[in-house]
Design a protein around this ligand. Structure first.
Ligand code: NAP
Length: 547
C-alpha cells in the first residue's frame, strides 16, 4: 500500500506521483476497477483521455449510436442498490442514456476524485530493479505504481489514414468514434458514409431523412436483424429488478455473456419444423439471440450455418423486395454470424428512399479522397459536403500498441504483438509483471462477449489476484513462457473449430494491415473461460512466477 504520501521528495522527483495502482481508462471496466481496488484499500488513479467518464459511450456519440445488448444485461452487477436506483427507459437505450448511467455510477461511488481526465498515457516502463511501473503522461507527470491495469477498451482506437488525400477534402470529415459533442447539421448537405458495420448502419438509418443526399460506400454487406426496441414501463422495470440475482447468474454462465444461451439443443436433433419455429421466434425477438442464443452449431458447422444464413437472407429480402437492392444489400459471400451481427432500425428500408444511393466499393474501391469528394477506382468522383468514416477500429490491441509499454529487458509490447498476438488468459503477458489487461486478445472480452459481463469478470479476477499478492506480501506476478504457450495453444484449439476464424473481419485482425492474424477473442465461451480463470485463482496462481 502507498505509504509515501507524507514522505518528503527531492525536487527532481516532484513530478512523480506514487500510487499502488494506475488504471488506464475510465469506461465500464476502468470505473469498476477503480471502485474495486479502492474498496480493497489501495491508493489508485485512473487516467482517461476524455473530459468525462464512459469510454466507448463517451467517444461514440455519432447520430443513432445505440447499444444492441438489452439494458438489463448491459450494466453493473456489483450493487443491487445501484440496480434499484437506476431506471432504464428502454430495452436498447441510445448513447446518451448509457453515458448518463456511467456518470451516475461515477457520482454515486465518488469515483471522479480519483480520475485524471484529459490525459493520455504516453509510455509505461517496468523498472526491474524497483519492481514498479513508471507511467508517463502527456501532462508531464510520471506516475509510479506497483500495478498497472489496462481498461483502455477493445474498440477504442479508430482506424486512421485509410485513404489517401483525406486532408485535401474541402468539406467536413468525421470519424464516428471521434464525433463532436455539438450536433452536426446535415440540412441541405450531400453526405457520404464509408462503412456498413454496426456503426455505419446506425448512422445511415438515422441521418438519411436529414440530409439532401446520402451516398453509402459499401465493401461488405452485413447480415442484419431488425431491432425490437421497446419503452419500459414501471412494471417492466420492477420485473427486471426483481430478477437481479437470476440475470446476474445467467450472464456469467452463458456463452457470450447475455441472459440467453444455446438452450434449444442440437440443430441436428431438431425436426425441420422445430428449427423453423425457433428461428422465427428468435427473429421476432429482435435481439442478438438469433445469433448467439439459438443453435451453437451456427459457429462451428458449415452445413447448419448455410441453412440459417438462407433463413436470414430470405427475411432480409422480404424487407426490401426490389431485386437490384436485394443483390446489393443481402450478403451471399460469407455465413450469417461469422462476422458481428448488428441490429438495425429500418436500415434496409433506408435504401428505398430517393435521396439514398449505394456505391459498391468492392467492385471499384475508394482510390483517394479529393477536394470535392471520394474518387473510386472506376474513375467516378462522388461529390460530397460531408464525409463520415464508420470504418472501425484496431480492436483489442490498438489502445495498447499506441503506448510504449516496456516490460522486462525494455521489451516493447508493441513489438511482441507485431510478431504474434499472445497473452495468458487474455489477462497478463509473459515478461510484463504486474501488468493486467482487460478485453485483451485471447479472452472472450476481446470481441465475443456482452462487454460489461466480461469486463466485470476480469476486473474481479484482477482485484482478487492483487489482494492475494498484497495479503502475502509479494511484489510481482508474471505468467511463465510455458504457461503462456499453454493458453495460446488452448485458444487456438477453440478457434480452430470456429467459423469466425475462417472469415475476414475485425474479429481476426483482418481489417488492419500487417496485424498478425489470430482470432482475437477466446471462442470457448464466457462460461468456460470463467472456469479456467477460477481454477487458476483456486490454485493460488501456482503456475505464475510470483516474487
Ligand atoms: P466494423 O465492423 O469494423 O466496420 C467497418 C466498416 O468499414 C466495414 O463495413 C468495412 O468494410 C468498412 N471499411 C473499413 N476499412 C475500409 C476501407 N479501407 N475501404 C472500404 N471500406 C472499409 O466497425 P464498426 O461498424 O465501427 O463496428 C465495430 C464494432 O463495434 C462492432 O462489430 C460492434 O462490436 C461494436 N459496435 C456496437 C454497436 C452497438 O452495440 N450497437 C454499435 C456500433 C459498433 P469490410 O466489412 O469490407 O471490412
Amino acid at each position: 500500500m502507498n505509504t509515501t504520501a507524507s514522505t518528503p521528495r527531492p525536487a527532481a522527483a516532484q513530478n512523480i506521483q506514487r500510487y499502488d495502482a494506475v488504471i488506464i481508462g475510465a469506461g465500464i471496466g476502468g470505473l469498476y476497477q477503480l471502485y474495486r481496488l479502492r474498496e480493497a484499500g489501495l491508493n489508485v488513479l485512473a487516467i482517461d483521455a476524455g473530459t468525462g467518464v464512459g469510454g466507448t459511450w463517451y467517444w461514440n456519440r455519432y447520430p443513432g449510436a445505440r447499444v444492441d445488448s438489452p439494458s438489463h444485461v448491459y450494466q453493473y452487477w456489483f450493487s443491487e442498490e445501484l440496480n434499484n436506483a437506476w431506471n432504464w427507459s428502454e430495452r436498447f437505450p441510445a448513447q446518451p442514456e448509457t453515458e448518463q448511467y456511467l456518470n451516475f455510477v461515477a457520482d454515486r461511488f465518488a469515483l471522479r476524485k480519483d480520475i485524471q481526465f484529459s490525459t493520455r498515457v504516453l509510455s509505461c516502463d517496468f523498472d526491474e530493479h524497483r519492481e514498479r511501473w513508471q507511467v508517463r503522461t502527456d501532462k508531464g507527470i510520471t506516475l509510479d505504481a506497483k500495478y498497472l491495469i489496462s481498461c483502455a477498451g477493445t474498440l477504442s482506437t479508430p482506424l486512421k489514414n485509410l485513404f489517401e488525400g483525406e486532408d485535401s477534402f474541402k468539406g467536413e470529415v468525421y470519424h464516428t468514434a471521434r464525433w463532436p459533442k455539438q450536433p452536426v447539421d446535415f440540412t441541405g448537405k450531400r453526405v457520404g458514409v464509408v462503412g456498413t458495420g454496426a456503426t455505419g448502419i446506425q448512422v445511415i438509418q438515422t441521418i438519411a431523412p436529414q440530409v439532401q443526399a446520402l451516398t453509402v460506400f459499401q465493401r461488405t454487406a452485413p447480415y442484419t436483424i431488425p431491432m425490437r426496441n421497446q419503452r419500459y414501463t414501471d412494471a417492466d422495470r420492477a420485473t427486471l429488478k426483481s430478477r437481479f440475482h437470476e440475470i446476474k447468474q445467467q450472464v456469467r454462465n452463458s456463452f457470450v455473456g447475455f441472459d440467453f444461451d444455446f438452450t434449444y439443443g442440437s440443430y441436428h436433433d431438431a425436426s425441420p419444423q422445430d428449427r423453423r419455429e425457433i428461428l422465427e421466434m428468435l427473429w421476432d425477438d429482435g435481439s442478438l439471440a438469433l445469433w448467439a442464443g439459438s443453435y451453437g452449431e451456427i459457429f462451428t458447422d458449415e452445413g447448419v450455418n448455410k441453412e440459417v444464413s438462407a433463413f436470414v437472407r430470405q427475411k432480409m429480402a422480404e424487407r426490401i423486395k426490389d431485386p437490384a437492392l436485394i443483390k446489393q444489400l443481402v450478403p451471399t459471400d460469407y455465413g450469417f454470424g461469422t462476422r458481428r451481427v448488428p441490429l438495425d432500425t429500418g436500415y434496409l428500408e433506408t435504401f428505398l428512399r430517393p435521396n439514398v444511393s449505394i456505391v459498391d466499393i468492392k467492385a471499384a474501391p475508394i482510390e483517394r479522397i479529393v477536394e470535392n469528394g471520394v474518387q473510386t477506382a472506376d474513375g467516378n468522383i462522388h461529390e460530397l459536403d460531408v464525409l463520415i468514416l464508420a470504418t472501425g477500429f484496431d480492436a483489442s490491441t490498438g489502445a495498447l500498441t499506441q503506448i510504449d509499454i516496456r516490460g522486462r529487458a525494455k521489451q516493447l509490447l508493441r513489438d511482441e504483438w507485431a510478431q504474434d498476438l499472445r497473452t495468458t488468459l487474455g489477462l497478463m503477458v509473459h515478461k510484463f509483471p504486474n501488468l493486467f489487461l482487460t478485453a485483451a486478445p485471447l479472452s472472450p472480452g476481446a470481441a465475443l462477449c456482452n462487454a460489461p459481463t466480461c469486463l466485470q469478470h476480469q476486473v474481479e479476477w484482477i482485484t482478487d489476484c492483487i489482494q492475494f499478492l498484497e495479503n502475502n506480501q509479494r511484489n510481482t506476478i508474471e505468467p511463465t513462457l510455458e504457461q503462456q504457450d499453454h493458453w495460446v495453444a488452448h485458444h487456438d484449439e477453440a478457434a480452430s473449430t470456429s467459423l469466425l476464424a475462417k472469415t475476414r473481419s475485425w474479429y481476426t485482425g483482418a481489417n488492419v494491415d500487417g496485424k498478425p492474424k489470430r482470432l482475437l477473442a477466446y471462442a470457448g465461451g464466457v462460461n468456460v473461460y470463467r472456469e479456467h480463470c477460477d481454477a487458476v485463482a483456486a490454485q493460488a496462481y501456482a503456475d505464475f512466477r510470483i516474487n
